[in-house]
Structures are given as structure tokens and as C-alpha cells.
Design a protein around this ligand. Structure first.
Ligand code: CU
Length: 110
């Protein structure tokens, strides 16, 4: 019954979003970036690279959530982080990017 009334009053939605990252530090960074109004819970798994986020659609959108994540350096299924932000991540967090531009540049190395 509690669940029913909660869903009537809040425009609650839960989405699963692919977020690129590596480790526990990434997890903290991603989840901390989503401590914003409208997001009730955000849990990212380093194993699956999936973020499960619950939010109030009246206050924030899926796109806004993904933009918060790329702002701290993590690519999502829809957006890519700035190279400058990505390059400032600790070494253990330099995940394999979805658009690997370096591969194109290095394709002629011996
Ligand atoms: Cu990390």
C-alpha cells in the first residue's frame, strides 16, 4: 500500500543506463554526481557497467542524469565525456571508451 501511494504522488521512474567506468572509485564518482534534487537513488555496478537510477520525472530527465555523469568524466550510452575531463581521471579509472579515438591515431604503430 505504501508503494501504491508513493507512485501516485511522485512521478517516479527507474531506468537502467549504461555508464562506462572501471572500479569502486568510479562508482563513488558516478553516484556522487547524482546526489541532486529529483534523484532518489543511484547505484552503479562496476561488474555490469549499469546504473540503476530512480528519479522524479517532474524534476529531472534521463538526459539530464546522463549529462551529470559525463560532466564528471564518464561516458554514457548516449553522451561522451569531454576528453579533458576524462584525462584528469585517476589511472585506475581510465576505462575503455566507447568511441576510442586513440585507436585511429595509433593504427599505424609497429
Ligand atoms: Cu575508477
Amino acid at each position: 500500500m505504501v508503494v501504491m501511494s508513493a507512485s501516485i504522488f511522485a512521478q517516479a521512474q527507474t531506468d537502467t543506463i549504461k555508464v562506462y567506468g572501471n572500479c569502486g572509485m568510479c562508482k563513488n564518482r558516478i553516484e556522487k554526481a547524482l546526489k541532486v534534487e529529483g534523484v532518489s537513488s543511484a547505484v552503479w555496478s562496476p561488474e555490469t557497467k549499469l546504473l540503476i537510477v530512480s528519479y522524479d520525472t517532474a524534476k529531472i530527465s534521463n538526459d539530464d542524469i546522463q549529462k551529470k555523469i559525463v560532466a564528471v568524466g564518464h561516458d554514457t550510452e548516449k553522451y561522451s565525456a569531454d576528453d579533458q575531463v576524462y584525462n584528469k581521471l585517476p589511472g585506475c579509472c581510465l576505462y575503455k571508451r566507447k568511441n576510442n579515438k586513440e585507436n585511429e591515431n595509433n593504427s599505424s604503430h609497429q
